[in-house]
Design a protein around this ligand. Structure first.
Ligand code: HEM
Length: 330
């Protein structure tokens, strides 16, 4: 009898703990809106496809927005909130954009399924669709939904890795978000598309770690080319493709890994991935294999489950730029 009672109480404690963990973290599932808005994915894809036809920049912009939103305080659309002190005003977020596309999707959904779809899920779905479109339809992944929108957004709490950090420090930041070494290498494959600016690479070209010379890890031919694009004393801050393969700089594919293996990575962290002993083999496998697109999708899904809010900790906003609840820190 004593055994039975202690088994039952252990079960009660276990169930209580389980429900407590559900209380603070959202539960994601495929087809979360099947009953409330069965066409949500079709509606999102329609708006995204129309916008992509006239603006291919939307793919890199949204992939980066998704990463920056999820990495700082979880995937809760806190990056979308407008205020003079919100996350979007933090240094690393100043060149993030794509907000107008989210607004357009939200407007459409508020007409067709008012009050049901979170801005955090709109980011996740739109990013998935843009990865698909920018890969010429080759990358296709299912993404669970059920995220609620956060009620806190502070520039001071933005916490993102910098391009000059070491691989081991960067891994540590990813691990704190339940993303392992391989996930990190896969997600940095996001740099297969989009641009950076001369200001982020000038040190690599002219004065790498105070050597008065270029980063020896960078292909000397690329150093020469980039010096023409980014003259040392020019105030112009030109945009440079992250994927230096001219035929695929606008396409989501594995060519980024081939580029970094030849010292043609643009950001220091990208080139480091190809030479650091922790990540070298993973990079080689991705450069030579044919499974990057599928694995990238799975890593994006994993990133999209970090720090998700449930309905007690979040809300469904009416406008993605402002909270509905008046107890909102933004
Ligand atoms: C160690 C991690 C990372 C660092 C240090 C980093 C750093 C950067 C920097 C400095 C830029 C250029 C910004 C500019 O010049 O305005 C950039 C662009 C970009 N990043 Fe990352 N990033 C990281 C991880 C990621 C991840 C995980 C993703 C995707 C899942 C991603 C996607 C992108 C994209 C798509 C762009 C191009 C944006 C555009 O064209 O506007 N990054 N990143």
């Amino acid at each position: 009898m004593a055994v039975k009672i202690s088994t039952i109480s252990a079960l009660v404690v276990f169930l209580a703990l389980l429900s407590l963990s559900h209380f603070s973290h959202g539960e994601l599932q495929l087809g979360f809106y099947n009953k409330t808005c069965p066409d949500v994915e079709k509606i999102v894809f329609g708006v995204v496809q129309d916008a992509f036809r006239t603006n291919s920049r939307l793919a890199p912009l949204m992939i980066r927005l998704y990463f920056h939103d999820c990495f700082s305080n979880g995937c809760d659309a806190s990056l979308l909130l407008d205020s003079t002190t919100s996350e979007k005003t933090a240094g690393p977020n100043l060149s993030v954009d794509g907000y107008a596309l989210i607004d357009a999707i939200k407007d459409e959904l508020e007409i067709k399924c008012a009050g049901f779809i979170s801005c955090a899920d709109i980011i996740a779905l739109a990013t998935r669709d843009l990865v698909n479109l920018a890969s010429g339809g080759k990358a296709r992944y299912e993404i669970p939904t059920g995220r609620f929108d956060g009620r806190e957004s502070l520039a001071s709490s933005v916490n993102l890795p910098g391009p000059q950090m070491s691989v081991s420090d960067t891994v540590e930041m990813f691990e704190k978000r339940n993303l392992d070494l391989t996930d990190m290498v896969l997600l940095l494959g996001g740099h297969t598309i989009g641009k950076t600016h001369c200001s982020f690479i000038k040190d690599r070209l002219y004065n790498f770690e105070n050597t008065q010379g270029p980063d020896p890890a960078m292909d000397p031919k690329l150093v020469k080319e980039l010096k023409r694009e980014c003259p040392e004393n020019s105030k112009q801050n030109k945009a440079i493709n992250l994927d230096q393969n001219v035929s695929s700089s606008n396409i989501v594919d594995a060519s980024f890994y081939k580029q970094i293996k030849s010292g043609r990575g643009i950001l220091q962290i990208d080139d480091q991935l190809a030479t650091d002993e922790m990540t070298e083999q993973i990079v080689t496998d991705l450069a030579e294999g044919d499974d990057f697109l599928a694995r990238f999708g799975q890593a994006m899904v994993k990133l999209g489950s970090f720090g998700v809010k449930n309905k007690d900790a979040g809300e469904i906003r009416k406008s993605c730029r402002s909270c509905k609840n008046r107890f909102c820190t933004a």
